[in-house]
Design a binder for this molecule. Sequence first.
Ligand code: NAD
Ligand code: GLY
Length: 351
Amino acid sequence: MEIVKVSASKEYNVHIGSGFLDLVGEKIKEIKRLCRVVIISDDTVYSLYGERVSKSLEDSGYNVVKFVVPHGEDSKSFENYESILEFCAENSITRTDLFVALGGGVVGDLTGFVASTYLRGVDFVQIPTTVLSMVDSSVGGKTAINLKAGKNLCGAFYQPIAVFADCETLKTLPEETFNEGCAEIIKYGMILDKDFLTFLQDNDIRNNIEYVIKRCVEIKRDVVNRDEFEKGERKLLNFGHTIGHAIEKCSNLTISHGNAVAIGMVIATKGAYEIGMSDEDFTDVILPILEKNNLPTACDFSAEELYKASLSDKKRSLDTMSLIVPEEYGLCKIMKLPVEDLQNFIEKGMN
Ligand code: NAD
Ligand code: GLY
């Protein structure tokens, strides 16, 4: 098993390997004394792995209760957030207890936000079970729920005490969901690591999944260690996300996060070149990698629709929007664009 150590406001290990889900209780016992554990999961993931994780924790001496939400993005809701808090209070969960997020980014973001606010903060562990959550959302402490106005508009920076990424769980992942996670993997190559970008051009992600997850976690760890609260460099991790979030919003969340980010990266790459923010056109780098991984590269919404949907983005100030755009092969930069120019940027990026 590989371990990547994060040193942010909390220090913790990200464990990456295969076939250790039944040992999670033992591993947690190395860092957390016996207590009550609330496993939060979705119905699909709990039916596949819930009993195993629960048994592993109970065999190690923990007292386990569970809260299962329906699968899907809609579960990152204020209603679920409130129901879980009430459930915890009814079950007398205390500040020294533990939350365990078992599932993809939806469950991870929701659990993390609950953990950050219940009794002003309770420890939590991430057990990511999708490619996206292993390479991105389980690491770095961004937690959130969605508001009607937009994605992730209510949340907190709150680090887990450990992450356990068991790649064996990816065997049950539908192919499309696996591919969606590849968008965030390609993002890391584009923004910060030219060698990794070349690796992704020349190799198959699925056949190298443990290496790929470890490399992504290392890249993210380095960024988070330097800029945990996204004052600067961490914004790079949002490559493709401003337009991606707009696509998710326009689709009423029927287009997944990964697919939306894939399209968002294409629009940002092309748009940046067309309006002169990037000196070179890197569309011919990103398009083939996305296509090779069966990711979408365009959508049917108009530039005007995407522009309006992106106005509630967190990276907006009163009159400018921070955009992440390619600077060199395997390197992105953060640029500010007047909000009134954003529609033109999107339009150019879509042609
Ligand atoms: P998800 O959590 O909805 O999981 C996708 C689907 O796969 C769900 O239906 C789930 O039930 C199913 N599933 C999960 N694991 C499975 C397994 N092992 N076998 C079979 N089915 C399985 O989606 P996701 O793509 O993991 O995460 C997307 C979310 O992550 C979005 O809400 C996004 O905003 C968030 N996100 C957060 C961060 C962050 O830094 N916090 C970063 C990127 C994305
Ligand atoms: N997924 C973007 C970040 O963690 O900053």
